[in-house]
Write a protein that binds this ligand. Structure first.
Ligand SMILES: NC(=O)c1ccc[n+]([C@@H]2O[C@H](COP(=O)([O-])OP(=O)(O)OC[C@H]3O[C@@H](n4cnc5c(N)ncnc54)[C@H](OP(=O)(O)O)[C@@H]3O)[C@@H](O)[C@H]2O)c1
Length: 238
């Protein structure tokens, strides 16, 4: 296993259910973590609860190009080139076509897909220069299999898979590794705004989901886990 000590890790969506648990694990393993999310209040709470350095936190909207440019500059000034990028920023709008609006469809694409593009784009030049690194995205199982009501969400998540697989082809001459993690349902605040009957007690726990990403971060650089699937035992969609 690769040691995480002093590894520079940027986590987007760090204020979310999975993100918060992951940041805790990374920090306990000695990584230097830079956290970002949209909500300043949640970000401040994360920094103070986990004893993170306030210099290593910045509120930013992942779908906003100038926010991402500012994030890129801040990260570069505070810790240099990241070794690992983890994108956990995402929203879930699950609605049938009868109710899904164009605004909601566009918002899903902007946050989940355009956001993933901007996040990677801001750090890729520096990572290419150092010729190494790891980029983890979390398309979830709805980035691989369809579900009724997931037209917007799946469009954005299937998009991430195609985009990251194409970027992987561009990076073959570097040692930058790309991992897509296909998670099934995780009991997190993600579901709070989704009008769907779900059995949260049957879902993966946030800590377990975070541990799978923490595990991915420690894979020896000689190989790459290009895909990983983690699903609730009682609801295996793949
Ligand atoms: N939970 C599941 O069942 C599940 C399953 C498969 C895949 N996933 C994926 O895993 C990722 C993390 O999910 P989670 O369960 O931890 O969800 P969560 O608790 O709802 O957290 C979502 C995170 O995304 C951030 N975010 C949302 N919109 C943003 C924007 N425009 N700019 C920047 N940050 C933004 C939120 O930041 P603020 O709170 O600061 O706005 C929060 O940190 C998501 O991409 C989700 O699609 C989740």
């Amino acid at each position: 296993m690769e040691k995480l000590t002093a590894k520079k890790v940027v986590v987007a969506g760090a204020t979310g259910g999975i993100g918060r648990q992951l940041v805790k694990l990374l920090q306990q393993s000695g990584a230097e973590v830079f956290v970002t999310g949209r909500d300043q209040v949640k970000l401040d709470a994360l920094v103070s609860d986990l004893g993170l350095s306030p210099t290593h936190a910045m509120a930013a909207d992942i779908s906003n190009e100038s926010d991402m440019q500012m994030l890129g500059s801040r990260v570069s000034a505070e810790m240099g080139t990241p070794d690992i990028l983890i994108n956990l920023a995402g929203i879930g709008i699950i609605k049938s076509m009868d109710h899904l609006t164009l605004a909601e469809f566009t918002q899903s694409l902007n946050t989940n897909l355009v956001g993933s593009f901007l996040f990677v784009k801001m750090f890729l030049p520096a990572m290419k220069e150092s010729k190494k690194g790891l980029i983890v995205n979390v398309p979830g199982v709805l980035g691989k299999v369809p579900m009724a009501g997931a037209a917007a969400y799946s469009a954005s998540k299937y998009g991430i898979v195609g985009m990251m697989q194409s970027i992987r082809e561009e990076l073959k001459r570097t040692e930058i590794r790309i991992t897509n993690l296909f998670l099934g349902g995780v009991d997190s605040p993600f579901w709070d705004t989704i009008d769907l009957k779900v059995q949260k007690d049957k879902m993966i726990r946030e800590e377990e989901a975070a541990r799978s990403i923490w595990f991915l971060c420690q894979q020896p650089a000689s190989g790459v886990v290009s895909e990983m699937v983690l699903q609730p035992f009682n609801h295996q969609a793949i």
